[in-house]
Design a binder for this molecule. Structure first.
Ligand code: 8YV
Length: 324
């Protein structure tokens, strides 16, 4: 009987998925469940047939170019793959896959959760009650801002942004504006209930809530900097469930301190797990620890999607979610 392919999971996955993988693979685990060092990854690629990293592992050219490498596929547990050097993978003849679709709804749900909790003071209110500082109902305590019917600007319009748009249009009667370099045609935009903005500046100037939904690429890194924040409406809020590197965190801090922005809801940061101290001090900011896909259903589905890619690859077929 041919030996089972040896795969390495860089972090611990849902138990059920790990058990299913055991049926077809020899599964190695990174037992400490901490981000792997470049040296550990290089060593791993010499001994396993497949490496399954996550966003916390920087799979760069140094790792992928390891000598006497055995691994032939990097099957990422996650949809974003900016932490993997695709050009280096291609040069080394390594296939790379990701896990699209399965985290769309949960990430969109979380974007809505951040919009609501930031605009309506949900976390601030919770802190007040827990601290025992609530003096009872009063007409003027913790004013939030209405969400229903307001203008929501989406930067990027992939799967997750479209799922946010559906929720915002149908659930909250929001006016949804979109900026993306490759916009859908007029008819499609109309059927989705969104309006396309010709430029990022236009979207920023018209939106009360701006939510980021593009991948980090050399073109989008720092797409929300000082100049863009200055174009946002006074009292607007910024939501980021995509990637921290899209935003200049110092400029965001200044915009919040100056009162130009009323708040921010962040799930991702430029240098995770570091979160700037100044942001942590602000009551008008909701800070989450990269929870976009963190539901039982989605984390299991992500694992199953990786398994599907591995199964196809080791059966000698094209994996469905190949990105390199
Ligand atoms: C994942 C994400 O949990 O899939 C992504 O790109 O940002 C997250 O929701 C994480 O990246 C796992 O690799």
């Amino acid at each position: 009987m041919p030996s089972r392919p040896r795969i390495l999971l860089s972090r611990r996955w849902p138990e059920q998925v790990e058990a299913l993988l055991e049926e077809g693979y020899e599964v190695a685990r990174n037992v400490p469940d901490r981000p792997m060092s470049a040296a550990d990854m290089r060593e791993a690629l010499r001994t396993v047939d497949a490496f399954c990293p996550t966003v916390t592992d920087r799979v760069d050219a140094g790792v992928l170019g390891a000598s006497s490498r055995k691994a032939r596929i990097i099957a990422n547990y996650g949809v974003g793959f900016e932490h993997i050097d695709l050009a280096a993978a291609r040069r080394a003849g390594i296939v790379v896959t990701n896990t699209p679709d399965v985290l769309t709804d949960c990430t969109a749900d979380l974007a809505l959760a951040l919009i609501l909790s930031t605009a309506r003071g949900v976390v601030r209110g919770d802190r007040l009650v827990r601290a025992g500082d609530w003096a009872g109902w009063s007409p003027a305590s913790i004013y939030g801002n209405r969400v229903s019917g307001k203008a929501l600007g989406l930067v990027g319009f992939g799967r997750i942004a479209r799922a946010v748009a559906r929720r915002a249009v149908h659930g909250f009667s929001m006016r949804v504006l979109v900026y993306t370099p490759r916009p859908p045609g007029d008819e499609q935009a109309r059927s989705l209930g969104v309006e396309i903005c010709a430029s990022l500046d236009e979207l920023l100037a018209r939106s009360v809530v701006v939510s980021l939904h593009c991948p980090v690429t050399p073109e989008t890194a720092g797409i929300i900097g000082r100049a863009q924040l200055a174009r946002m409406r006074r009292g607007a809020i910024l939501i980021n469930t995509a990637r921290g590197a899209l935003v200049d965190e110092n400029a965001l801090t200044e915009a919040l301190l100056s009162g130009r922005l009323a708040g921010a809801g962040l799930d991702v940061y430029a240098h995770e797990p570091e979160v700037p101290e100044a942001l942590r001090q602000m009551d008008q900011v909701v800070l989450l620890p990269h929870l976009g896909s963190a539901t039982v259903e989605t984390r299991e589905a992500m694992g199953m999607r990786v398994k599907k890619n591995l199964d196809r690859f080791f059966a000698g077929r094209e994996p469905p979610d190949r990105v390199a």
